[in-house]
Design a protein around this ligand. Sequence first.
Ligand SMILES: [Cu+2]
Length: 557
Amino acid sequence: MKRWNRKMLTIGAIAASLLIVAGCTDNTDNMEGMDHSNMQMGQSDTSKSDPNQMNHMDHSNMPGMNKVQNMDEPAGSPQVLTGTKFTLTAKESHLMVNETNMRTAMTFNGTVPGPQIRVKLGDEVEITLKNELDEPTTIHWHGLPVPNNMDGIPGVTMNAVQPGKSFTYKFKATVPGTYWYHSHQEGVVQVDKGLYGSFIVEDPKEKKADRDYTIVLDEWMEDGEMDHSSVNMSTMDMGSMDHSNMGSMNHSKMNMGSTGTGRMMSDAEMMPMMYTIFTANGKSGSSIEPLTVKEGETVRIRLINAGFLSHPLYLQGHEFKIISSDGQPINNPPLVSGQLLNIAPGERYDIEFVADNPGVWLLGEQSKNPGASTLTIPIVYEGAKGNYTPDNEQRPVINMTRYGEAAKAQFSLNDKFDLEYTMDLNTATADGHFIYTINGKTFPDTDPIKVKEGDLIKVKLINNSPEDLHPMHLHGHFFQVLSKNGQPISGSPLIKDTLNILPGEEYEIAFKADNTGNWMFHCHDLGHASSGMVTQVNYEGFKPDFTVDPNAGNKPE
Ligand SMILES: [Cu+2]
């Protein structure tokens, strides 16, 4: 399988590289995999359009733009769908990430994030994906232990849903918590462009918070060319149109190989320099919708990271508890203040606090990333005036392996496991590109973890990359974190589906093979996944119920 690679830039070559991309007209090797159809759409459509129709702000008349939605929707409250039957339509749309920056986005139902799906524990859920994109797509239900043939992995559990076609996913909501859904077809592009939404499974027995907010975090690249004012120009400038598509183009396509001189930048260094617009529910900076609270209320905020960067978050003015991690409850969580909650790609954390300090406060990011100052979520008490004041207090990151109270859990380090497996996660170079390896191999040549139904499995995950962090995500199962750097977990049992592993760190995790199928186990930095860091957990004797269609364009990473 041939894959494009990404991101081997040198310091000082970034600007030049961006220009090279913007000027791309041919199919050089470095541009392999670039979405030419998307780039050219603006041009061909414009040639057929009446330029007079561009004179006003109705974006629906813009070339290549079907509908503009989400322009005025409160970002703090994405559309919520309840019930048991849903339709998600994948289609291109446009997103104003702030007052001046518009992005061509891939969306579910026209918005980024897509609608929140909210079901009840035990519900039999049916969700029809209609594909109105001009490329294949799928939906993966991140964190939900669904049957294998509903997991949405092109070429592994199904064939990708072709343009104009539909597929209906059916599964039972068996575990309450905060989850999300996203494309698993060429995710490094499609998720990056906005094909995701939140998925909540409510437990009717659980005490409800007075306010229940969901915040989906993401990052976008800076692009000054296609701002609102240029959209408003009376003639549609081809250059602008190209740039807009460039702006939403994935960084993965920007691999310039050996452009420029100087030392190579790691992925970890380069990504924050490229993605400088951080969004909460599709909005950035002052466009982020405030979360309204009233004194005395209990406030729950479900945080989901749909992006490629980690976000260390602080909450001003309040102590808070982390009540769940990846949707799974934390045992007896203590109040914290003056600390950062770090949320890595693919992870979820639910926090809860009592609104006992009237005023206007900030839930924001504290990091050295250029985009950090754009992730500012106001917490506004009813009737309060004024604005929050960002502060520079230095806060340490909460160590989740020591958070909460120990309790009996499914696994312990003393258990006898049927299978023990080690994953050496590393970064390498091949043909002038970075690759991300598991035990020295890249997908699909990685060795799968072969299990039998009922097996108890322990996996040691070691991050040997010098700088890259690897948020490893297992499909179809939860795992329990047993140890970090050789030290047993001392806090609450930590049950997760996505575990962030920093350079030099080593974790042991355990899970039971209780959901037969062929399951992905991969890095949720989707750039790393697309450049190799994917393996599978394969059940002995399992045969998928579909035949791989070689013409489906399946891109599972
Ligand atoms: Cu990774």
